[in-house]
Design a protein around this ligand. Structure first.
Ligand code: GAP
Length: 513
């Protein structure tokens, strides 16, 4: 049996399955697609909705201290000035003047190629190499350096390459670094700040005064409505405000399928704590909560790690940020960021709007602005992680001894788009079909179920395996003639056993919550 990490072209397999079985399509597909935008097909919307619902139930409904919010996507432009996004929500961008390609400076790596003369140990720079960030950036640069040394027929030993990205390039180096598009130096520009917010105009006028933005994060909605939520009286520090919704970023290099797109969905929660509370403790509790939650929806624990942002790279107001990383086929990447943001955002909005954002402490009789811990995650990134973590290809032997390949998505039942497939053994036996339809109708009231009477039973099982359906039930003659039980076939073990309808409902009740 081979499991996900060992499949060589796992991403290709996932992109292809996503399209073939209706999980994800390129946006505007009939027009050739639109880079950085995607559509979720019939099974994709179910999977996505289940991820959202699980998060909402666990984060909001099953807790006493967190309430929900749905703020507007387009907010007053002053919101984005106060939050710092107008001035600072930028990526450093490098242009190649020859090819008109654009790169994110922090994803374009380079190195001087330095050779040591063994006779006198003198060092000589023979040129520069560059490579776009990959799983093996240092190796790519090393290969290019070796090839340069061979081409230039320079004798001596190469100094080991230490990749630097373009944000660290000195002005005198920029002209010497080759463009990844042309392989030649001289066409790259110095990095410049590129604001990632999508602009639009609100109202009939199309001038500077009507410029507004599609939100690049849902979080500001929680800060801007903080006072409204507090004034409605349901909450007491510590408490959280949670929101799920679309966000938009004009990413320079959208890539890795739905991992980095220009329109995506976020699930964010702002947890407000007392200014004197132990923020590090609360931060750690939220990191642990997020990790456990990811495991509860089926992500393999072995694929999850933590990355602490170095103190010197944090924004001045930030006390600490930890990312939960997931081992995607294209590398270990950020899935969920948990940031301790101090009281920066509320202070900014209080100052910019002139509306005080204090909480009154009954014990000390003092007013203070709460601090915040913010777990922020992308639904699409979780979606991709459950596909990558759950995908497997296996050799299976059928009843006649033939070996065939089965593709299976091992989705946790909580998020599986279809929970149960109902299969009458034969479609030309009305009594089997009728009984199967009866059960199907009863199941359908509570769960997403699928009825399938077409083809050999083995083939019908494979179809369900491929879309991650945890259970199939087969209605046969024993169901009608004997005790009413039917065959329950489990996706992962492929084992079969007889079960009653009541037992099936109990099983679902336990597994799907
Ligand atoms: N309010 C904080 C915030 O938005 P972020 O790290 O920029 O922080 C939070 O985004 C999460 O949103 C990320 O961890 C990621 O899961 C998701 N995300 C961010 N940009 C994305 C993009 N271009 N495509 C898909 N998901 C994205």
């Amino acid at each position: 049996m081979s499991t996900a990490p060992e499949i060589p072209n796992l991403m290709e397999a996932i992109v292809s399955l996503s399209k073939r079985r209706g999980f994800v399509f390129p946006s505007s597909d009939i027009y050739g697609g639109f880079n950085g935008f995607f559509d979720y097909g019939p099974l994709g919307v179910e999977l996505k909705k289940n991820i959202r619902d699980c998060w909402w139930n666990d984060m909001v409904r099953r807790r006493e201290d967190i309430v929900g919010l749905e703020s507007s996507i387009i907010m007053h432009p002053k919101v984005w000035q106060a939050s710092g996004h107008v001035a600072g929500f930028t990526d450093p961008l490098v242009d190649c003047k020859a090819s008109k390609q654009r790169y994110r400076a922090d994803q374009l790596f380079f190195s001087a190629v330095e050779v040591v003369n063994p006779e006198d140990n003198s060092k000589q720079i023979i040129g520069y190499v560059s490579a776009l960030e990959s799983e093996n950036t240092a190796g790519d640069l090393q290969d290019k350096a070796e090839s340069m040394k061979r081409k230039k027929a320079v004798r001596g030993n190469l100094v080991t390459i230490t990749p630097r990205d373009m944000t660290e390039a000195k002005p005198e180096e920029i002209a010497l670094i080759p463009s990844p598009a042309t392989g030649e130096p001289g066409s790259l520009t110095e990095p410049r700040a590129f604001n990632m917010m999508f602009e639009t105009h609100v109202g009939a006028l199309r001038d500077e005064s009507s410029v507004s933005y599609l939100r690049p994060e849902t979080a500001q909605g929680m800060f801007v409505d903080f006072k409204n939520v507090v004034d409605t009286g349901r909450v007491k520090i510590p408490f959280g405000i949670a929101q799920i919704g679309k966000s938009f970023r004009n990413e320079i290099t959208p890539r890795n399928f739905i991992f980095r797109s220009r329109e995506f969905e976020q699930m964010e929660m702002e947890y407000f704590i007392h200014e004197d509370a132990d923020w590090a403790k609360s931060h750690r509790e939220w990191i642990n909560w997020c990790k456990s939650w990811l495991i509860s929806i089926g992500l393999p624990e072995s694929h999850l790690t933590e990355y602490n942002h170095p103190q010197e790279k944090l924004a001045f107001y930030s006390k600490g940020t930890t990312d939960i990383m997931f081992k995607y086929p294209f590398g270990v990447q950020e899935l969920w960021g948990i940031a301790a943001r101090g009281n920066y955002d509320l202070t900014q909005h209080a100052n910019a709007s002139g509306v005080p954002h204090f909480i009154f402490d009954e014990a000390t009789k003092k007013r203070y602005i709460p601090h915040v811990i913010e777990p922020a995650v992308g639904v699409d990134r979780i979606f991709l992680a459950v596909l990558c973590g759950g995908y497997a290809e296996e050799d299976v032997t059928d009843e006649k001894g033939n070996v065939e390949k089965r593709t299976v998505l091992r989705f946790n039942p909580r998020i599986a788009p279809v929970k149960v497939a109902v299969l009458p053994l034969l479609k030309n036996k009305p009594e089997l079909v009728q009984r199967a339809l009866d059960i199907y109708t009863r199941l359908k009231r509570r769960y997403a179920v699928f009825y399938d009477e077409g083809g050999a039973i083995g083939r019908r099982y494979r179809r369900q395996d491929e879309i991650g359906t945890p259970w199939c039930i087969t209605i046969d003659f024993d169901t009608i003639e004997k005790d009413g039980t039917f065959t329950l076939r489990e996706r992962d073990s492929m084992q079969q056993r007889r079960i009653t309808e009541a037992e099936l409902f109990a099983l679902l009740e336990e597994a799907v919550y």
